[in-house]
Design a protein around this ligand. Structure first.
Ligand code: SF4
Ligand code: SF4
Length: 446
């Protein structure tokens, strides 16, 4: 079976958070295939450890992806602070005979080094156009866990597990390998906390992740980290601010200092995104959507809101609000230029991760989160049909069916963007809804 079909059948999706189906991404022609090993979200420890432990698989997964898109070069982007990982990667690239194809590029330890536009520029010097994707400059980007899943797919394994960092104000920081479909609470309890009454949990990284409303869900292929903090932590209070509050405060308190713009990673790449102007629009003519179309260029990286603004205002939320209104009104942005040039001051305005972590009040929690492979004793797994960008998978099993771990139980709907889903445990299907398939796990595994 060819690479694309196998990656499709295995249900590989972008493990960096967006969950875009990898078989669609790899169904393209590019000059570069880039491995996003930046892991720029503070406190997350998945990719850096996977690159150290599954070095060969990640390199071969990257090479397979590169060959699939006919890329002439593969580049691994990784921060210089991961010296041991860089050494291991260099050694194995040579040992596997890929040194003429795969190279390593050291990224600055900045946020957001892993933003695809920033990564593409750092690794190739090319600027992705406004509103565009890396393919527009002949690049395909996959992250380290995705490359691992590509390699495993080619070995015949479907995606039934994910890696999740548990970090924050907790007794047991760790990174766990978790089966897709187990209850979120099972994973959260590995943090050493049983009673979450005084805590809040961020689903994902501290910058782009959202505070969870409840913990009754199930692990999906997209889960990457849970940041657990006390409810009164600055980051939680800031993230709990509603869009409405952000707009009211922003209207009255913005001093137009333009720090949000001067440090904005997309602005620094030459895009016409100037959040201070959007703040001004919000203040004087909030309903004038035509004045706010550049909000659609915002990556929602959250740097302006969590670091840049001296008044602790929320330009990202304002951009998000405008994006929503423009979607409703079907207003689209037309790029302002054909060519882009980075701002002269860019190299002086990149935000060091260390300073960001200190600003977020997370310095005390910025330690290791060792990779572990715990046993999970669960009676049921619930496999969500929507774990990816696109349309939910279509169930192909019924109540009472016996399934094996790795078996496909939901297929891509005809003519739709999506990815199949698989059983993560042997067992019997006990319910099928339009949202998920629940499997009673075979007694031997409980
Ligand atoms: S969230 Fe703020 S800093 Fe990030 S891209 Fe959007 S406007 Fe720029
Ligand atoms: S940094 Fe804050 S105060 Fe300054 S222009 Fe931006 S939103 Fe306004």
């Amino acid at each position: 079976m060819d690479v694309l079909s196998r990656v499709r059948e295995a249900g590989v999706i972008g493990a960096g958070g967006a969950g875009f189906p990898t078989h669609v991404k790899l169904n393209a022609a590019a000059e570069y295939v880039l491995l996003n090993g930046a892991e720029c979200e503070p406190l997350l420890r998945v990719d850096q450890q996977l690159m150290a432990v599954y070095t060969d698989e990640i390199i071969t997964g990257l090479v397979a992806a590169g060959e699939q898109v006919q890329a002439s070069e593969a580049i691994i982007g990784i921060k210089g602070k991961h010296k041991d990982v860089i050494e291991a990667l260099s050694e194995r690239i040579k040992a596997l005979g890929f040194e003429s194809y795969v190279s390593i590029h050291i990224l600055p330890d900045i946020y957001p080094a892993g933003d695809e536009h920033v990564l593409v520029y750092e690794l190739t010097g090319r600027i992705v156009p406004e509103g565009g994707i890396p393919l527009a400059v002949k690049c395909v980007v996959i992250n380290a866990e995705t490359a691992l899943n590509v390699a495993r797919a080619l070995q015949g394994h479907n995606v039934t597990e994910t890696y999740i960092t548990l970090q924050g104000d907790i007794p047991c920081p760790m990174t766990v390998k978790a089966p897709v479909g187990i209850p979120v609470m099972e994973v959260l309890r590995r943090s050493g906390i049983d009673d979450f009454t005084g805590y809040s949990v961020i689903d994902g990284g501290p910058m782009m992740g959202a505070v969870m409303n409840d913990y009754n869900g199930y692990i999906t292929k997209k889960n990457k980290g849970f940041i657990i903090l006390r409810k009164d932590h600055y980051l939680i209070r800031k993230k709990m601010m509603t869009e409405q509050q952000a707009r009211v405060i922003g209207k009255t308190a913005c001093e137009q200092c333009r720090m949000c713009t001067d440090l904005c990673p997309r602005y620094l790449l030459g895009h016409d995104l100037q959040p201070h102007k959007l703040m001004r629009t919000m203040k004087y003519m909030p309903g004038e959507l035509a004045e706010a179309v550049t909000a659609s260029l915002c990556s929602q990286c959250n740097l302006c809101e969590m670091f840049s603004c001296p008044a602790h205002l929320s330009p990202r939320s304002i951009n998000g609000w405008y994006k929503g209104r423009m979607k409703e009104a079907d207003i689209k942005y037309t790029p302002s230029a054909a060519d882009y040039k980075t701002k002269e001051m860019r190299s002086y305005r990149m935000v060091p991760s260390k300073r960001l972590i200190a600003r977020l009040g997370l310095a005390a929690f910025n330690g290791d989160a060792p990779l572990t492979n715990p046993e999970w004793h669960v009676k049921e797994v619930s496999i969500m049909l929507s774990q990816h960008a696109g349309v939910p998978a279509e169930p192909i099993v019924c109540e009472g069916d016996t399934v094996k771990a790795g078996q496909v139980i939901g297929k891509i709907r005809a003519g739709s963007l999506g990815a199949p889903v698989h059983a993560s445990r042997d067992g019997q299907v006990v319910s099928v809804t339009d949202k998920m398939i629940t499997i009673k796990v075979e007694a031997a595994y409980v």
